[in-house]
Write a protein that binds this ligand. Structure first.
Ligand code: MTE
Ligand code: HPA
Ligand code: MOS
Length: 772
């Protein structure tokens, strides 16, 4: 819009995160920074030290007698329903009554005058139980005949059996893909302040305030209208705070009501890592048939996931793994099945990509297998199998890919990263370098946008214009660092044609916008931006109507322009105009609403259009490995990512960079390790290695595909950005794989498992050297 030149911070412009200065100066208030009311108490969880057992009793005498202890909460203290399962399957008690299901499972909570007192006392319980056999990983669970935690999914199209019989080539393999801890800077935290009658207010760090509200009501046995949940911001969520905060909110609220004092709970990092769920690790069995040129004819894929002891979000997570097991490739005949295995481990949960990355990496392994078997550059195999061309655009879930831009995006990156020449140079380098070996890979991403639970794709917003012309913006989304609030404020600034500084972004609260969805599935801006725009449009319609009557002009003569309102020949400052509207008794507040159109999904049939659109991207990474130690480094990465028409290129690039590095961490150094007793031994940054600044690519070129525009009517034709670039990290993994493959003259697919820690790289090198 050309008239908005003098308006600051509207859509499609670079704009720093609204809290950026506060983040770096330490002035941003997180839940732990909020002053507690006088007399506040602190809670700490007491946890199990066995993985599976019949619980006979807990002797809490020493705990109760410890200094500073006010009391203990156990399952018996739950006044409502002892269940916080987000699915309604009733499989996740606040505290168990008769069955311990994982090492580190919360069994009770100590309430004390200080956090330190509560934490020390929690160690003093004596748990009486009969230990039972446990199954820790999906294969052990399958072998032991453990049940699914939730209904599995099957996606099927065409007929795989004849293709497997007649195709010239067939390869079967297995890949282990590890999980990931969220490692948000701010851990889980909640505090509850009791109110009169049945009321309670909970301040916490959740991506899903409405669910936390409903859970607190459920465990207290009160209606949802008695509970308020507030979230100003999170110090990172990454999916880990979609459902995992339910426990902490429930404990704080139950204790607050029981003792009628404010109660805060904040586990330390070790307990946060052991007691809350992570990314699902998968064991993937694939079977692929292809022709001499490397074109896929059929794929049969089985995806077994370590879900942990309860369903939590494992159903939709394992579904999303299947939805992305094609990545960017057309499978003419396909069968994909999920196996959401119940294991005696913490219940795994949402994590950036939500199962999608585990599906995508399987597709990329299949491509690699074909490339090494046919002696081709993997990029050529990728291109030969891309969606597109006559009859080649139907996904395994029968949604047609209508918006594919990968041909252009990938060839642009191939040129800008100089992929072909560098690959030749690397092959030459490897031929002459006995110890150091290099690898390069260019991998694509296609990611489906929308919650697959169709009803989740709705949002609300509340916009007030005060009579001084200042604007109060609220919506149902939560801010976790991704810049959602900035983007929604930009949308409102643009619509009202006012400077963004006029808009106050306020905390998310269940009091202002009810029944919200988790801020997840990357759709925060798509949904809440549209809802906010709807609210603005309602207010504007009333303002236009007011001006038409007062100044006797046609509606087209009322224009919002650069902090002013043009009414016929008159130009009125925005705040003066608003004051006049107020005096004329015009309602200056509106609740907006949005629901995503076009989507539908029939899970039983495995068919529908679960996604409104796709986001695309591609990455090219080059690595060097040391074949004596397995150590490696990323020399250069080039990213080209599609965000449609970017609402804020600065924020979007930040998301792309951050997601790539997090994806790289998942596939390289971040390793979760449970011992035979089912105890997580990587439960702190000392033993769990996330990427450091020094691990980032030496050369890092990050670009947005600035020519892209969403063909669907999304907010300002933008696309979701939060999760899709996570899968760009796969380029590092594939580059490592190529470096390893050089040991056997690129004739064998290395079958590297994820994470490709230096140890795993070394083992893969030695295997290939030994000819296996
Ligand atoms: N970026 C930051 N800085 N912190 C986060 O916790 N979470 C990611 C992504 N980007 C996250 C982030 C995840 S898992 C999702 S689903 C989206 O942000 C959610 O926000 P959005 O829908 O507003 O993009
Ligand atoms: N993505 C993220 N979170 C979710 C989803 C999803 O598809 N469905 C339910 N919670
Ligand atoms: Mo993101 S895993 O959808 O919170």
């Amino acid at each position: 819009m050309k008239d908005n030149v003098s308006v600051q911070g509207t859509a499609h412009s670079d704009r720093i995160h609204d809290s950026a200065i506060k983040h770096v100066t330490g002035r941003a208030d997180y839940t732990d920074d909020i002053a507690l009311p006088a007399g506040a108490l602190h809670a700490y969880l007491g946890v199990s030290d066995v993985a599976h057992a019949t619980l006979k009793g807990i002797d809490l005498a020493a705990v109760r007698a410890a200094p500073g202890v006010v009391g203990v909460l156990t399952a018996e203290d739950v006044p409502g329903v002892n269940d916080i399962s987000p699915t309604g399957l009733n499989d996740e008690p606040v505290f168990p009554t008769d069955n311990i299901q994982f090492h580190g499972q919360p069994l009770f909570a100590v309430i004390a005058e200080t956090r330190d007192a509560a934490r020390r006392a929690a160690e003093l319980a004596k748990v009486d139980c009969d230990v039972l056999p446990h199954a820790l990983d999906p294969i052990a669970a399958q072998d032991a005949g453990c049940p699914y935690v939730t209904k599995p999914l099957k996606l099927e199209r065409g007929d795989i059996a004849p293709a497997f019989k007649t195709a010239p080539h067939r390869i079967k393999g297995r890949m282990n893909v590890g999980g990931q801890d969220h490692m948000y800077l701010e851990g889980h935290i909640a505090f509850a302040i009791p109110g009169e009658d049945d009321e309670v207010v909970v301040q916490c760090s959740t991506q899903h305030p409405s669910e936390a509200q409903h859970m607190v009501a459920h465990v207290l046995g009160v209606p949802s209208n008695a509970v308020v949940v507030n979230v100003r911001r999170m110090g990172g969520g990454f999916g880990g705070k979609e459902s995992q905060m339910n426990l902490f909110c429930a404990v704080a609220a139950i204790a607050a009501k029981k003792w009628n004092r404010a109660v805060k709970i904040r586990p330390d990092r070790d307990q946060d890592m052991t007691a809350t769920g992570k990314r699902h690790d998968f064991v993937i069995d694939y079977d692929v048939a292809f022709d001499d040129a490397g074109r896929i004819e059929a794929v049969d894929g089985s995806f077994a996931a370590r879900c942990g002891f309860s369903a939590d979000l494992s159903g939709p997570v394992t579904d999303r793994a299947l939805f992305h097991a094609d990545n960017a490739y057309f499978y003419p005949n396909v069968r994909l099945t999920s196996h959401p295995m119940k294991t005696n481990t913490v219940s795994n949960t949402a994590f950036r990509g939500f199962g999608g990355p585990q599906g995508v990496i399987a597709a990329e392994r299949i491509i690699e297998e074909i490339a090494y078997a046919t002696g081709q550059d993997p990029l050529d195999v990728r291109k030969a199998n891309f969606y597109g061309g006559e009859g080649r655009d139907l996904t395994p879930y029968h949604q047609t890919v209508e918006d594919n831009i990968l041909d252009r995006l990938v060839s642009e990156l191939e040129d800008s990263a100089d992929y072909r020449k560098r690959r030749q140079d690397i092959i030459a380098f490897n031929a002459n370098s006995p110890v150091l070996k290099k690898g390069i890979a260019l991998t694509p991403v296609k990611f489906g946008i929308s919650f697959t639970a169709t009803w989740y794709n709705q949002a609300g917003a509340l916009v007030h214009v005060y009579n001084d012309g200042s604007i109060h913006l609220n919506h149902g989304g939560t801010e976790m660092g991704q810049g959602l609030n900035t983007k929604v404020a930009q949308i409102v600034a643009e619509a009202f044609q006012v400077d963004i500084d006029r808009i106050k972004i306020t905390k998310t609260t269940t009091e202002k916008v009810p029944n919200t969805s988790a801020t997840a599935a990357s759709s925060g801006t798509d949904l809440n931006g549209m809802a906010a725009l709807d609210a603005v449009k309602q207010i504007q319609a009333r303002l236009v109507d007011f001006a038409v009557k007062k100044w006797e002009v046609a509606p087209e003569e009322v224009l919002f322009r650069a902090n002013e309102v043009h009414v016929g020949a008159e130009t009125i400052p925005f705040d003066t105009f608003i004051k006049q509207a107020y005096l004329a008794r015009i309602q200056l507040s509106a609740a907006g609403f949005y629901k995503t159109p076009k989507i539908h999904w029939d899970r039983d049939k495995g068919q529908g259009r679960p996604f409104y659109y796709y986001s695309y991207g591609a990455a090219c990474s080059e690595v060097t490995i040391d074949t004596l130690t397995g150590e490696y480094r990323v020399e250069r990465t080039d990213l080209l990512h599609d965000v449609g028409r970017s609402l804020n290129p600065a924020l979007d690039k930040g998301q792309v960079e951050g997601a790539f590095v997090q994806g790289m961490g998942w596939l390289t150094t971040e390793e979760l390790w449970w011992d035979d007793a089912g105890r997580l031994r990587t439960h702190a940054p000392s033993t769990y290695k996330i990427p450091l600044a020094s691990d980032r690519p030496r050369v890092f070129n990050v670009n947005l595909a600035d020519w892209s525009e969403n063909r669907e009517l999304t907010i300002k034709r933008s696309k979701a950005v939060g999760e899709p670039p996570f899968m760009l990290g796969i380029s590092v993994f594939e580059a490592l794989s190529m470096a390893v493959a050089s040991l056997a003259d690129y004739k064998t697919c290395p079958r590297l498992d994820a994470p490709a820690t230096p140890e795993r790289v070394l083992m893969a090198v030695n295997r290939l050297r030994d000819g296996g």
